[in-house]
Structures are given as structure tokens and as C-alpha cells.
Design a protein around this ligand. Structure first.
Ligand code: A3P
Length: 296
């Protein structure tokens, strides 16, 4: 989860408690991957010993793939019966908090609902290779729309430097020089768990195409029986327009989450050359993985 719309600020373990709200935070670099400043190195190190519980539900995604949408759906499907009513990721130190999230989550009673953008190699071991009954939902979205969504998010997020230009940003994205690193490595890392029953993979494009059956699949994975009324409630409450209204009213970073909410907005931004470069890397990286996306 990326935090930050300027209405709050992140604390760094040592010095950034006084960081001005309106200025970008310096990024973190850890094991060759860039992270937003709200993910301090100390938190990333702490992931090595962060414990996952039997009844945890964790939503994983590369940023801008629809994690907030999934969080709201899961929260609704679980009947609001998780301790966290807004997304909390163990790697963050949320603005305005006196302690990092992994400490807060350690003290949170079960059942916990968490989110994370961490790649497999930096995720808590109990998440990347579960030995408990944890349920992990991985949200995937095609890279071109993720790139566009990230570009706009960076523009609105006052804790981040505004990208120089679309041309430079899309190049950096393709080169993996963006937060949370290379999209393809990230997605393929989690995709290796496709046959592990702890994991459910849901594509943004499928949720857009058939929201009803996506919610049913999610509920079945969570072992929650939904009545027709429950299902109708989730579909209404978590539609694009309901989410837009709900999050616009929130007084935190979630205000800037909902934008167009469509598949294929990339066509309004990519030049033919940029598109060809993405296609080439997509073909190279995805070859043999069995993972495919719809782009429109
Ligand atoms: P766009 O910027 O392409 O519109 P994340 O939650 O991972 O940050 O992802 C944000 C993306 O999810 C944004 O994409 C946002 O509009 C989209 N989104 C949020 N809620 C949605 C919903 N109910 N239906 C469809 N898309 C949604």
C-alpha cells in the first residue's frame, strides 16, 4: 500500500518525525529495490521475524493493482469482523503513528486482515512459504494499466517527487527503477505459489469483467457462505462508484486511490513505441509462466 496524500506524514525510525507534510520523503533502497520513504529499512529487516498466524488473511499485490478494492471486498465478505478496518501493511510506518505497523500488528488480536506490497523474497517467511492456515489473496493487474495508475498516483502523492514526464516514468517502470522494484519479477515471484492452496490469485481484469463470480470465488476461498443478500450488498458497496464515494470521504491517504478504474486506460498514454517495448519485455518475462493478462 502506498501511503501519502499530504494530509499526513510518515515517521522514519530515526529522523523523519519532523518531516514537513508537503515535502517528498527520501526513498528507501534495500537489497537493490526502491521503496517509498514510509517503508524504512528497519521495517524491512523486521519482516524476517514477523509472525503470521493461522487465522490471518493477507492481501498481496504490486502497487496500483487494486489492493484497496480487494481489501474493501474482503473486509465486507468477512462481515467487518477483522480488527483492521483500513488497510495496514507490516512494512509501513504509517503517518501519525507512534510505532511501525509490524509492532501494531503484533499487538492486534486475531483475526487480522493485512495487506502488503512486498516481493516474495522480502515478505515475512510465514507469508512467502506458509506453514500455518493463513489465507493469501494475490491481486494481479496488467503492467500497462499498473504503470499508468502509478504515474497518476505519484503525481497526487505529495510525499513523492512528481515524475519528470510520462516518457521517463514509463521507462523507469519498465526498467524496474520504481518503488517495489521490477513489476515482472514481483508478479512472477508470487505466481510461483499458484499451486499452493494457501493462495488465491485474482486478476483485476477478471473482477472488472465478472465482479459477481469474482466475489463468490473470494468468499469460497475465505470459507464464508454468502446469502444472495450478502452478495448483493458486497457488489453494491464495492462497485467503482460506491468506492469512489466512500474513499473520497475518508480523511486519509485513501482519498486518492480511486481514479478511472477501468481496463485499457494505457491506450490513452502509451506511444506505439512504448507499447512495443512493454510487449517485448512482457513476452520475455512471462514466457513459460502460464500467466497471461487481458489488456482491454
Ligand atoms: P486507476 O488508477 O487505473 O484508476 P491500488 O488500490 O492497488 O492502489 O489500485 C488503485 C487502482 O484501483 C486505481 O486504478 C483505482 O481506480 C482502482 N480501483 C479502486 N477501486 C476500484 C473499484 N471499485 N473498481 C474498479 N477499480 C477500482
Amino acid at each position: 500500500m502506498d501511503f501519502g496524500n499530504g494530509t499526513f506524514y510518515a515517521f522514519k525510525m530515526t529522523s523523519s518525525q519532523q518531516h514537513p507534510l508537503s515535502e517528498p520523503l527520501p526513498r528507501t533502497e534495500y537489497q537493490g529495490i526502491l521503496f517509498p520513504g514510509i517503508v524504512p529499512k528497519e521495517n524491512l529487516q523486521a519482516m524476517e521475524t514477523f509472525e503470521i498466524r493461522d487465522d490471518d488473511v493477507v492481501i498481496v499485490s504490486y502497487p496500483k493493482s487494486g489492493i484497496n478494492w480487494m481489501f474493501e471486498i474482503v473486509h465486507n465478505v468477512l462481515g467487518g469482523k477483522s480488527e483492521n478496518s483500513s488497510p495496514v501493511g507490516p512494512e509501513f510506518w504509517p503517518p501519525g503513528r507512534q510505532q511501525p505497523s509490524y509492532i501494531q500488528l503484533r499487538e492486534t488480536p486475531s483475526p487480522r486482515l493485512m495487506v502488503t506490497h512486498l516481493p516474495t523474497q522480502l515478505a515475512p517467511p510465514g507469508l512467502a512459504n506458509p506453514t500455518t492456515e493463513v489465507k493469501v489473496i494475490v491481486v494481479l493487474r496488467n503492467p500497462k494499466d499498473v504503470c499508468v495508475s502509478s504515474y497518476y498516483f505519484r503525481q497526487k502523492n505529495r510525499l513523492e517527487k512528481t515524475p519528470e514526464s510520462w516518457e521517463q516514468f514509463s521507462k523507469d517502470f519498465l526498467d524496474g527503477k520504481v518503488q517495489y522494484g521490477d513489476y515482472f519479477d514481483h508478479v512472477l515471484g508470487w505466481w510461483q505459489k499458484q499451486d499452493d492452496p494457501h493462495f488465491l490469485f485474482v486478476k483485476y481484469e477478471d473482477m472488472k469483467k465478472d465482479f459477481r463470480s469474482s466475489v463468490k470465488t473470494i468468499a469460497a476461498f475465505l470459507e464464508k457462505e454468502l446469502t444472495d443478500e450478502d452478495l448483493a450488498r458486497v457488489l453494491t458497496n464495492r462497485s467503482l462508484e460506491s468506492m469512489r464515494k466512500k474513499l473520497a470521504e475518508s480523511d486519509d491517504w485513501r482519498k486518492i486511490i480511486v481514479r478511472k478504474g477501468i481496463v485499457g486506460d494505457w491506450k490513452n498514454h502509451f506511444s506505439a513505441e512504448e507499447s512495443a517495448r512493454f510487449d517485448q519485455k512482457y513476452r520475455e518475462k512471462m514466457a513459460g509462466s502460464g500467466l497471461e493478462f487481458e489488456f482491454e
